[in-house]
Structures are given as C-alpha cells and as structure tokens.
Design a protein around this ligand. Structure first.
Ligand SMILES: C[S@@+](CC[C@H](N)C(=O)[O-])C[C@H]1O[C@@H](n2cnc3c(N)ncnc32)[C@H](O)[C@@H]1O
Length: 305
C-alpha cells in the first residue's frame, strides 16, 4: 500500500547494528539464541513481504540487524520474537503492520550516496532538457528506492542545474523503509557527505552553525521538487502512483529480488512509464531479458518500448 509518511517530526536514523559477525547461538557469548529454523523463518517472512531474497550465508547479518529489535521488544530469543510477530500477523490490524514495518526497516540495506553512479546525471540533465521542450504539464520523475534521500536530492539538483530554479519537475521519492524515508524528508546530512562538489554544496545546501555545525541542509528550492511516500515495489498499489512518469530511477534494489520478482516489478514499471520514458538502473543490474518491455539506451539506462 502507498501511504504518506506521518506528519510527526522526522526521526534521526539509528544506525543498523554494524556487527554482522555477531554469533548465533546461546552456547557462545551471544545475547540471543538464533537457530537455523529461526533464520529460515526470517527469510520466508522478508521474502514474502518485501521480495528481498536473503542468501544462505546471511544468518550472521540477520542476527546483527534484528538483535536491536529483540532488545526493544523485550524478547530473549529469536523464536520468541518471531512467534510474537507471527501471532500479530495472524491477527492483522495496526499492531501487525507496525511490527512488520519495524522488521522490514531492520532488514533492508540502505547504502547510497549523492551522485552515486555519476554518469547517470549528465545523461539525465540532457534528457530532462529534451523532454522539457515538449512537455506541456511539466515532468514527472520517480525515484523508487530513495533510501536516505541522497538519490532524489541528486535528481532534484540535476533538474535545477538543467532547467533553472523554476523547473517544472515533480519527483516522487519512495522506499519501503519508513525510517530511511524520515531521514530523507529531513534533508540534513554531514557536511563531508560523499559525492558533493564544493560548488554544489554552496548552490544547493545551507551550512549549519552552532550545534548544527558540521551539518548541511538541503535548500528549500531543491526540497520543493520532491514528494516523499512509502511504497513497496513488490506489493504496492501501482494504480495509486498517479500519472505516468517520464523517468524512473530504480537503482540497486532489484539486486535483492529473485528473477520472477524482478520480472513482475519490471512489468509494473513498464505500465507506469510513458512510452519512450527512461529507466535508470544500478551498475550490476541487467534487464536485457525483458527486451519486449525495455531496450538498452545507454550504460545502465533503458528506454520503455
Ligand atoms: C542499496 S539501497 C539503494 C539506494 C539508491 N537507490 C542508490 O542506488 O543509491 C536499496 C533500497 O531499496 C529499498 N527496498 C528494498 N526492498 C524494497 C521494496 N520491496 N520496495 C521498495 N523499496 C525497497 C531499501 O529499503 C533500500 O533503501
């Protein structure tokens, strides 16, 4: 389901537990018991809900990512927490949705940076200029795995640099993870964030002072181009995305899905892109099997057939 983020003040993102090599059983010095059966259940649940395929060797990573949630919910073993989660799911309703969201937030991988895969952005600028010439109603861009926001803000900066500050470009920035989206919506980053030139820092960000020194905030004229919303690429209601898009960024998320899931998502993307619209994908993603939907137009850029 597509839902707007709550109006509450954005939360600061707590880092995911960076200890992927934490041990797994009570017999060692580990805090929680996690059996192979617990891991298999986590795998099934995250695949069913988010399409994320966790490889066999990811048990230690899962332990590290979910341990905090066990602490927060007061469970002493993975099987207790998972039973609690399954009971909630069976009962349905808001409590199930809320705990499932926490579970998903723990398990997503959100690595991103400003102007990541830099070659896409001059190509995007050129494409926006060309489209702008004949788009009567402005342009629509969807950043479909926006993570903490560096990607949609890079798209917005590119649009302003290509078309000017009054650019008629609407960017929908979505992700399944509500916690990273809250960070994205806040638009505050460390001043030494990777990928930003000094020129872009000056043009598109305000520098924090006093207690905010060392931080930068996206300028309102950049932020105004973006609308944030939660959207699950695997179970989302695609009809609610509104008018067709000119451009979709779907980078470094399909790598987490298996082939049938990727195929279904591509079919949906085809349905919400205008004919001739462009799909930007991640450096290790290749969709040349789906030739009847998308043809390769440049390095990791596809055109809707
Ligand atoms: C590695 S990040 C990529 C961020 C950005 N696109 C980039 O390339 O820098 C992957 C993002 O995909 C999101 N994601 C994973 N499964 C998803 C799903 N089923 N629907 C929507 N987003 C999903 C994760 O929450 C995460 O923020």
């Amino acid at each position: 389901m597509m839902t707007e983020p709550t109006a509450s003040a954005p939360r600061i993102q707590a880092p995911k537990d960076p200890s992927p090599h934490a041990g797994l059983s009570a017999t060692g010095d580990n805090e929680f018991v996690m059996t192979r059966a617990d891991f298999e259940l986590v795998r099934r649940l995250i695949h069913r809900h988010a399409g994320i395929h966790l490889a066999d060797g990811k048990q230690a990573m899962v332990y590290g990512r979910l341990a905090r949630r066990l602490r927060e919910t007061g469970h002493g073993a993975f099987c207790d927490y998972l039973q609690h989660l399954e009971r909630l799911i069976a009962a349905g309703g808001a409590a199930a949705e809320s705990e499932m969201q926490q579970f998903v937030n723990c398990l997503t991988t959100n690595l991103t940076s400003f102007f990541r895969e830099e070659h896409h952005f001059p190509a995007l600028a050129e494409d926006l200029r060309a489209r702008c010439a004949y788009a009567a109603e402005g342009l629509r861009v969807w950043c479909s795995a926006a993570s903490t926001g560096e990607e949609p803000y890079s798209i917005a900066m590119t649009a302003i640099e290509a078309l000017g500050a009054s650019a008629r470009v609407e960017i929908l920035a979505s992700d399944i993870d509500t916690q990273v989206l809250a960070t994205a919506e806040r638009g505050v980053y460390p001043a030494d964030s990777r990928g930003l030139s000094e020129q872009r820092l000056r043009a598109h960000f305000q520098r924090g002072t006093g207690t905010n020194s060392g931080r930068i905030r996206v300028r309102p004229e950049v932020a105004r181009l973006i609308r944030f919303a939660t959207f699950n690429l695997v179970h989302g209601d695609w009809a609610r995305l509104g008018q067709a898009f000119d451009v979709i960024f779907c980078r470094n998320v399909m790598i987490y899905f298996d082939a049938p899931t990727q195929r279904r998502v591509l079919q949906h993307m085809h349905g919400v892109l205008k004919p001739g619209g462009l799909l930007y994908v991640g450096h290790s993603e290749n969709f040349s099997d789906a030739r009847e939907l998308f043809r390769l137009r440049g390095k990791t850029v596809y055109e809707r057939v």
